[in-house]
Design a protein around this ligand. Structure first.
Ligand code: AMP
Length: 204
């Protein structure tokens, strides 16, 4: 079983995928996390990606498709794709290398996105995601790691990322809708409700 999470930045794709990873047996492939790792290691790809990411633009398709292809060479379980594909070209490339069983389309609005991403804090050590609206400490409750704010989580960059989503990624909803595999899930519900609904879809 391979599944894709679609939805604007801040819809909670990564949080839901991280939660489902604990019970579903599926791997979590986040192209955003992979790119941030490349940036941290100052690789060639990381240096190129940095400019795009920090301005809120999408990284060019050929770089992303190569990165995902390399990662899939070592895949031995089903995958939850988070943040990939983000363009029709990426979806067409993915169709050639993996069968997609379901697409989870997380729906929300720009106001919710700005509030969520604006308050987002992430653990530098384990990647757990928090929000200042409900978590007031500077360290992670699970591992004690330091919490940080992503460089691309400013209001201006969030708006650019949302525009990129509307222009380049939202058309994928119809791309997959005609295949009959899209499941719409309200991203504004509580995490357990979303996880339960998606678990049912995974179980078939
Ligand atoms: P994310 O962590 O998914 O919000 O991604 C953060 C940033 O990484 C995005 O705003 C893009 O600049 C870049 N990125 C992540 N995934 C992709 C992708 N599939 N295609 C192009 N750019 C991507």
């Amino acid at each position: 079983m391979n599944l894709i999470f679609l939805g604007p930045p801040g819809a909670g794709k990564g949080t839901v995928a991280a939660e489902l990873k604990k019970t579903s047996g599926l791997d979590h492939l986040s192209t955003g996390d992979m790119l941030r790792e490349e940036m941290k290691n100052e690789t060639e790809l990381g240096k190129i990606a940095k400019e795009y990411i920090e301005s809120g633009k999408l990284v060019p398709d050929d770089l992303i498709i190569d990165m995902v292809k390399n990662r899939l060479e070592n895949a031995d379980a089903g995958i939850m794709f988070d943040g990939f594909p983000r363009t029709v070209a990426q979806a067409e490339a993915l169709d050639k290398i993996a069968h997609i069983d379901a697409v989870i389309n997380l729906t929300t609005t720009i106001d919710v996105i700005i509030e969520r991403i604006g308050g987002r804090r992430i653990c530098r050590n384990c990647g757990k995601v928090y929000n200042v609206s409900w978590y007031h400490k500077d360290t992670c409750e699970d591992c004690g790691g330091e919490l940080y704010t992503r460089a691309d989580d400013t209001e201006e960059t969030i708006r650019t990322r949302y525009d990129e989503y509307l222009k380049k990624t939202a058309p994928l909803i119809d791309y997959y809708r005609v295949k009959g595999i899209v499941h719409d899930i309200d991203a504004n519900g509580d995490i357990q409700t979303k996880v339960d609904a998606i678990s049912d879809i995974i179980k078939g």
